[in-house]
Design a binder for this molecule. Structure first.
Ligand SMILES: Cc1cc2nc3c(=O)[nH]c(=O)nc-3n(C[C@H](O)[C@H](O)[C@H](O)COP(=O)(O)O)c2cc1C
Length: 199
């Protein structure tokens, strides 16, 4: 490795092949905002949810994404044509929260980012802060938001592996989105992740 005059040094060229499929996913991930209208098959939704924050260690109840003190303050919702459902990692199941297509409302409250209305599925990450602030006080807010990033990245990388495109969305009206989805009593909306087949 040659030294550069400024005191910085050149690193070896990354050997992405050593990371296998993970390397491919990391290299290929790009924000995708244009989707085929096809619905996402349930087995794919299942795999994306399991990747996001599914239970990977059933003995200790630990998940694919790290969580401050394993307090798991975040909930993941699935918004699709049929309604809004909440993912329950422990049971790997979905619970219906609101019936009907809220995707246009979701896009409207996201400063009219119209691609959100056209995404067959949008994952919504919400924080129930008391679950973590009861242990870490105000710092728990930071931990919860950091954890959302872990979950989001798991979704993005799993999407690439399955041939889907996704994008992180942080520009939305918190209260408007929560009301549109019927989750206003359930915590704070941190992140939206629309997903679909890229077109
Ligand atoms: C916290 C955060 C919020 C974002 N919010 C939006 C958003 O509201 N709308 C959008 O189209 N993209 C959003 N993005 C995606 C960025 O625009 C995108 O990641 C960036 O342009 C880099 O492109 P890439 O993801 O293809 O590498 C957001 C990304 C992050 C990390």
């Amino acid at each position: 490795m040659g030294r550069l005059s400024s005191g910085s040094r050149k690193l070896p060229i990354p050997d992405w092949d050593r990371l296998g499929l993970l390397g491919e996913s990391l290299l290929e991930r790009r924000s995708v905002r244009s989707y085929s209208p096809d619905t996402i098959p349930e087995e794919d939704v299942s795999l994306l949810l399991a990747s996001a924050c599914g239970v990977s260690d059933p003995v200790d109840g630990l998940r694919t994404a790290p969580s401050g003190g394993a307090t798991y303050p975040l909930d993941l919702y699935v918004v699709s044509e049929t309604g809004v459902e909440q993912y329950v990692p422990e049971a790997h199941s979905l619970v219906l929260i609101k019936e009907g297509d809220t995707r246009s409302d979701l896009a409207h409250h996201s400063y009219r980012q119209s691609f959100i209305a056209r995404a067959p599925v949008t994952f919504v990450i919400c924080a129930d802060y008391p679950r973590i602030t009861s242990r870490y006080k105000d710092r728990g807010i930071r931990y919860a938001i950091l954890e959302a990033g872990h979950i989001a990245q798991n979704i993005h990388l799993a999407c690439v592996s399955l041939g889907y495109g996704s994008v992180a969305v942080g520009a939305y009206d918190d209260d408007g989105v929560a009301k549109a989805l019927g989750i206003e009593e359930r915590g704070h909306v941190i992140y939206l992740i629309p997903v679909g087949r890229p077109v």
